[in-house]
Write a new protein. Structure first.
Length: 214
């Protein structure tokens, strides 16, 4: 109880000091204002009262206006927040769908390239189509680090050199590559004629393929 009494005494002391600062000692300032007011003639007193009422009304009106402005601003912020949340939900759904499609693509690449070994494959295909394969090499170029595929698959480029091949045989060989179902595509091809021979050609072929990472 002693602590409560001490706090109460301090509060009363502060209240008394504030009251004296505003109204004066023993309310002398308040008494002076009231005496001055009652000394006015009735018309002036009515004017003072009207001014006080107008001042209070203006203050109340301003307070209400500020209140409604703040409420309107808060409502707009809430609407913006709800709209942002809705957009975020839509984006989240779209990201989930794209992620699922991406995973499906990776699984397809894995399924179609898991057993693919490029050199044995092209050597076997060249024998099958009776195409004289002069040389074969493959490499894995660096992929753009910003490409989401870079962490899951590697691009493989295969250089083939074919010597003395006829156009029909070459077409059969290229069609067999495209139809191999290993995601192999002809990226570039250069056909060079052989001097004095119009039926056979030397061919350089660049083939693009993919290999999934484990």
């Amino acid at each position: 109880m002693s602590l409560f009494s001490e706090i109460k005494g301090r509060f009363e002391g502060y209240s008394r000091v504030i009251g004296e600062r505003i109204f004066g000692v023993n309310n002398e300032r308040l008494d002076f204002v009231m005496d001055s007011f009652y000394k006015l003639n009735p018309s002036h007193r009515n004017a003072v009262l009207a001014g006080i009422v107008s001042l209070i009304s203006g203050f109340v009106t301003l307070a209400i206006f500020i209140y409604y402005m703040q409420v309107s601003s808060l409502q707009n912020e809430l609407n913006d927040t709800f709209n942002a949340l809705n957009e975020l939900k839509v984006l989240k759904t779209e990201v989930a769908m794209e992620s699922a499609r991406f995973d499906q693509l990776i699984e397809k690449v894995k399924g179609k390239t898991r057993s693919l070994h490029f050199k044995p494959f092209f050597e076997r295909l060249s024998r099958q189509e009776n195409v004289p394969l002069k040389s074969l090499s493959d490499r894995q170029p660096e992929m753009d680090a910003n490409n989401p595929l870079a962490s899951r698959i590697r691009e493989v480029q295969v250089d083939l050199k074919i010597s003395r091949v006829s156009i029909p045989k070459l077409l059969d060989f290229l069609i067999s590559i495209e139809k191999s179902n290993h995601y192999l595509r002809i990226q570039n091809m250069k056909i060079t004629g052989i001097y004095g021979n119009k039926l056979y050609f030397d061919v350089d072929i660049l083939i693009r393929g993919y290999k999934a990472l484990q």
